[in-house]
Design a protein around this ligand. Structure first.
Ligand code: SF4
Length: 342
């Protein structure tokens, strides 16, 4: 770190992700607690007038951020880059040489809610997921009181738990009790594990103010990633419904482009089965090189699927592409015909 009389200057660059990056928030807290000057930004390129930094950190959580990761490395050859979207597996705690660090600085991130984990880890081991390797066995981490920033902030909690009900029954019951009695609104955007949901857990969820990421609409998030899980998935949906959580409150992540044997009819089967039940599907594209899947994702998440048939949507995309090509505007990839529904 700098030998000058000025406090060390630290730059934290969040390369991707809509939510504040918790790793960077921890680093921001640690450096600020040590009297360092900290700048938080999403811009990779150095600003002309920002001056030199003693240390630059970057964080990326998605593998499709590879270009940004490369640009970061180019701009800051000595920078420290981490996160699941990089090949660096070092945790913030290992970087700071401390056994645990659960303090976050929110300065530099424009959010009003409080963010955190009540638990880490997951009981399941889905092949495509980094959580079991990165977080290991399920364990409780923070209470609601630890996560909430206090009375000057809204009673809005954005919990990043991957398996809320994976922690011990006593622990999840205590968290639910604190949420209920504290009258918190809670967003569980990483999803609850619907395949393992019990009647008791479903009733607990029904008793709290679960909300979407804007803390407005009633919404619970979960996933149906593999066609073979259909029975257990809908058993969980039925348990939630019996507890008073209608399927229309569910937003369900559906992984596409991971299984090499996946076909469009299989994708349509999952999609249609959910839509018929009033569930909102949310495709997650594993293979980002697949333009057809990216278009499917856009058609679904924008809600266009309710108004415009897929074939018409694809047709309009084709016309747009041709027009753009004629105008030499972009070199768009040809739409694959296999993207057409049966
Ligand atoms: S249930 Fe979710 S968090 Fe757990 S391993 Fe599967 S994808 Fe990952």
């Amino acid at each position: 770190m700098s030998a000058s009389t000025h406090p060390p200057r630290i730059k934290l660059i969040q390369l991707d992700g809509a939510l504040p990056n918790l790793g960077l928030m921890k680093l921001a807290h640690w450096h600020r607690a040590h009297g360092h000057e900290v700048l938080v930004t999403r811009s990779i390129e150095p600003d002309l007038f920002e001056g030199p930094f003693d240390r630059v950190y970057g964080a990326a959580i998605f593998s499709f951020s590879a270009e940004k990761v490369a640009r970061f490395r180019q701009c800051y050859p000595d920078g420290i880059l981490g996160g699941t979207g990089t090949d660096n597996t070092l945790t913030v705690e290992e970087l700071l040489h401390v056994p645990a660090y659960e303090h976050y600085s929110y300065e530099g991130w424009d959010v009003r809610y409080s963010l955190g984990f009540t638990q880490r880890g997951c009981r399941l081991r889905c092949k495509f997921c980094v959580v079991p390797t990165k977080e290991g066995r399920v364990r409780s981490t923070n209470t609601i009181a630890d996560i909430w920033r206090g009375p000057s902030h809204p009673k809005h909690l954005h919990l990043l738990d991957n398996d809320f009900f994976g922690q011990s029954r006593e622990q999840w019951q205590a968290r639910i009790e604190d949420i209920r009695t504290g009258q918190f609104r809670v967003c569980l955007s990483q999803g609850i594990n619907v395949r393992l949901i019990t009647d008791e857990a479903a009733a607990a969820l029904a008793s709290i103010e679960y909300r979407d990421t804007k803390f407005r609409e009633r919404r619970l998030y979960t996933a149906w990633d593999q066609l073979g899980d259909e029975r257990t998935f809908f058993r969980g949906v039925d348990r939630l419904a019996a507890a008073g959580i209608p399927a229309s409150h569910l937003m369900v992540y559906m992984l596409v482009g991971f299984d090499p044997h996946e076909t469009w009819p299989r994708i349509w089967h999952r999609f249609n089965a959910m839509v018929e039940r009033g569930i909102r599907p949310y495709p997650m594209v594993y293979d980002r090189t697949r333009a057809d899947l990216r278009r499917f994702q856009r058609w679904v998440v924008t809600g266009l699927y309710r108004a415009v048939p897929w074939s018409e949507y694809l047709g309009s995309m084709r016309r747009e592409t041709v027009e753009l090509r004629l105008g030499h505007a972009i070199n768009e990839q040809q739409l694959p015909l296999e993207a057409m529904p049966d």
